[in-house]
Ligand binder design. Sequence first.
Ligand code: SF4
Ligand code: SF4
Length: 66
Amino acid sequence: MKVMPELNAELCDGCGLCIIACHGGAIITEDDQVRIELSEDCDFCGVCEAVCPQQAITCFYLIVPA
Ligand code: SF4
Ligand code: SF4
């Protein structure tokens, strides 16, 4: 199962930078809350984690044996 980056809602201030930065269309607002939804277009680029000024997003990575 695909694992998406994790967003800590308690740290997020809703600035929207991650939504603008995400090329995968995975970050949305719903009921005034920012959240990351499952997206096949997310390639774990890490940009959402990098742009977040609140350090609210954590990207997890799968280690795949060669
Ligand atoms: S890792 Fe990249 S593609 Fe995936 S949600 Fe974050 S910014 Fe979007
Ligand atoms: S960049 Fe960080 S603080 Fe801003 S909306 Fe995204 S998760 Fe929230």
